[in-house]
Write a protein that binds this ligand. Structure first.
Ligand SMILES: Nc1ncnc2c1ncn2[C@@H]1O[C@H](COP(=O)(O)OP(=O)(O)OP(=O)(O)O)[C@@H](O)[C@H]1O
Length: 254
């Protein structure tokens, strides 16, 4: 994923809203990139541009070497929203099959794909349950499974664990890291949480308040294997401090 001089101004009834300003970023295949910044700084807008849901008003962006529209047609990414957004009248298996049905993937392949992604998110055995029979954390895992069902190279995740309590969030962070290591996907992850960004990422993109600019891109030197207690290590705390300093420099959380 490459962004060069990316700019986006929304035209609204109240005048222009400058959401992204001169965003330059290069994401390598297999990276886990987090986007962190104050509310309204354009994190979601950036992911939506990558996903071809918004059109930039300036600059260029390529996704797997293609335009966002081509990448969308090539099914290059899955998207996980803040709310799980599962259809209540469909079972977990039925929700995961939905993109496969829409994309016309042969029915004969559905069962194996559903089983595989349920295993990846540790929900084997829950295929026939309905969303309301699952906890919030399990629903979010099911929504990740849905985004993985067509095996896109890239997973875009917009604050997927923001609404969950801290213990569930810790567990899902650990699981997501395991899933990323096993699948080798490229992940773009929006968060408000400094520990979450540092724990998960190979690179952390710190953004300024609107118009969202990139203040710092921090390469993590933490090992790929990360037990949760790595969060108490000096290396972890040093990375967290650098993120915090970046946010402060942008006057984000003063
Ligand atoms: N479709 C739209 N039309 C007009 N303005 C928009 C639109 N979408 C987003 N914005 C504005 O663009 C800015 C960036 O929004 P965005 O949702 O990307 O921020 P964010 O960093 O993801 O915020 P949060 O962390 O609160 O989710 C905000 O000021 C928002 O109000």
């Amino acid at each position: 994923m490459q962004a060069r001089g990316l700019d986006l101004t929304f035209r609204t009834a109240d005048g222009p809203v400058h959401a992204l300003k001169d965003v330059n970023l290069s994401v390598q295949r297999g990276d886990f990139v987090s986007f962190i910044g104050p509310s309204g700084c354009g994190k979601t807008t950036f992911l939506r541009v990558v996903a071809d849901l918004e059109q930039p008003t300036g600059g260029e962006i390529t996704v797997n070497g293609m335009s966002p529209a081509e990448a969308r047609r090539a099914r290059a990414y899955g998207y996980v929203f803040q709310a799980a957004g599962l259809y209540p009248w469909r079972t977990i298996g039925g929700n995961i099959r939905l993109p496969l049905e829409i994309m016309g993937i042969p029915r004969a392949e559905h069962a194996a794909r559903v089983a595989r992604v349920l295993e990846l998110v540790e929900l084997t055995g829950f295929e026939k349950k309905f969303p309301w029979q699952l906890s919030g954390g399990m629903q979010q895992r099911a929504s990740i499974a849905r985004a993985l069902s067509f095996d896109a190279d890239i997973l875009l995740m917009d604050e997927p664990f923001g609404a969950l309590d801290e213990i569930v969030r810790d567990k899902l962070n650990e699981e997501l890291l395991g899933l990323w290591r096993r699948t080798g996907k490229t992940i773009g992850f929006v968060t408000h949480s400094i520990p979450e960004a540092v724990y998960l990422s190979t690179r952390i993109v710190v953004m300024s308040p609107r118009p969202g600019r990139i203040i710092d891109v921090i390469e993590s030197d933490l090992p790929a294997e990360r037990p949760l207690d790595i969060r108490e290590s000096p290396e972890f705390l040093a990375l967290a401090r650098r993120v915090r300093d970046g946010l402060r420099a942008g006057h984000g959380y003063d």
